[in-house]
Every structure is written in structure tokens, then in C-alpha cells.
Design a binder for this molecule. Sequence first.
Ligand code: SF4
Length: 304
Amino acid sequence: MEGKPLPVALKVIGGDDDGAMYAAHKKIYPREVGGRFQRLRIAAVFWLLGMYYLFPWINWDGRQMVLFDLPARKFYILGLVFWPQDFFFLAALLIVAALSLFFFTAVAGRLWCGFACPQTVWTEVFLWMENWVEGDRNARMRLDKAPMSARKFRLKATKQFLWVTFSLWTGFTFVGFFTPIREFGPSLMNFDVGGWELFWFLFYSLATYGNAGFLREQVCKYMCPYARFQSAMIDKDTLIITYDEARGEPRGARKRAVKGVAERRAAEQGRDAGPGPWNERGPGPGTRDPMEAGDPGLSAAHGR
Ligand code: SF4
């Protein structure tokens, strides 16, 4: 966008002065949040994981609906059969996907990260399990601080059992996209699977368990290539997750004295913020400003 560059002051909070490129992992206890964007996120989780876990089990014209048969070099998708010479379509699809990713990131920020990235989606499910077993944020923090007891052991073991079972099912499903899943199940039970099938089953299970159960945001900070160049796709008008320092701590409804983001920006630019519920003419304290209302990350950050 055209316009005067917006100065952004960077403030390192709790950082090391030694220039270290890695910060030791500190466990994050996310609070459960509600609201429209959270409902959308839950819908996305069910929709995306529903496709992932169900598609290999659905038959179409007497064969698996989605099957990438690498030895036969045939790729079955719905009623279509693709051959290696059809990779042109895959390339076209990937180009469209990449351009869409750039476009939506430029306009609306980290939509992919918030709603569709496998790391987000699986981490969300792992968090649900953690929440079901160990309780809400405060209960989890108390449990982690408490000395080992029969109750703590039971809760931790139950959580690990759910995580491992879910991870193994995820690895099994992954291989089911490349080998007929109805044959792979009995073969696995009889320990009669090929080396590659076994490798990918264990590898994908372990990756799911490690990434969604333990690494979580570390994947975004240190491993994800998309995170490295996201900043090149945004400008001052992009909706991004950020910290509104003027609101300070503790988080909660905005105080009347602290104007909304739109109002403060308008004041900086010497113009009127215009009518709206975020304006002082509106309902007042607690009203969400348009920047915030449009950004699921800010909603999450504010515990809503
Ligand atoms: S930063 Fe990378 S790994 Fe993290 S949510 Fe975004 S796309 Fe996924």
C-alpha cells in the first residue's frame, strides 16, 4: 500500500542479550476461548480432519476413493485416475494454492496458520484431549506443579494413552492413502507389512505425537519455512496477531480511556475515525474495535 512508512518500535521482552538464536522452551498453558472465530476454527478442524480420517475408507467405483498407488504409478482421486504424465495438473494446483496463500496472507494475515495448517489442527485436537483429561488452564498448571501422586500419575497416563493412540491412528491413516487401507489394517495386525509401510507408519505417528504434543509453537518458531517469509507478505493494513501495548495487562475489556486501534491510528494521521461502535460515540468501554473484531488472533490473545 502507498503511504508513509509506519514506525514500529521493537521491544524485546525477556530476551537474552547474548544474541542466542534459540530460546529454551517454556510450556504454554492456553486458555479455552470462545467466540465466532473459535467456532470457525472448530468447524475447520472437524472438516479437515474428517476428510483426512474418512477419505481412505470411502470406496468409489469399487475401489478406494483416494489412493496414491506409487508402485503402479496411478493416483486415484474420486472417479479420476491420474498418471505420471498428468503431473502438470498437480503443478497447476500447487501454483494456485501458493498464490492463494500469498493473497489471503496479504489481506487477512495468518489465516492458514490459524485455521488450516496441520500443525494447528492437530495441536488443537491434542489440546482438547489435554483439557478433557487434566482440566482447564488453571487445573493443568496446578497439576504440573504438584508432586507426583496416584491422581497425577493416572491423569498423565490417560493423556499419554489418548495421545499415543490418536498418533498411531494418524500414522496408520497416512499410510492408508498410499496402500489400500482395508488390506493394510490386517497386515499390520499380523506384523506382515513392508519396510516402507512400517517406516512411514511409525514416522508419521511419531511426528504427530512430537509436534502436536510437545513441540507445538516451537515448530512455528524454528522449523516452519512459511513463518520465515510471512513478514514479506504483510503491510500496515494487514490484519495480524499482535500485542496492543496500550491496553496493557491484565487482558480484558478495553478501558474507556484507552482508545481503539482505529481511533488511535486516525488521531496519528489527523483524521476522524468515523462513526462506528469502536468510536467514542459508540457504546464505550468493552467494545471491540474493528481491528480486533476482524482478527481471531487478537480475540484469542485477549482470552475471548
Ligand atoms: S507458522 Fe508454519 S507451522 Fe506454524 S501454524 Fe503457521 S504454517 Fe503452521
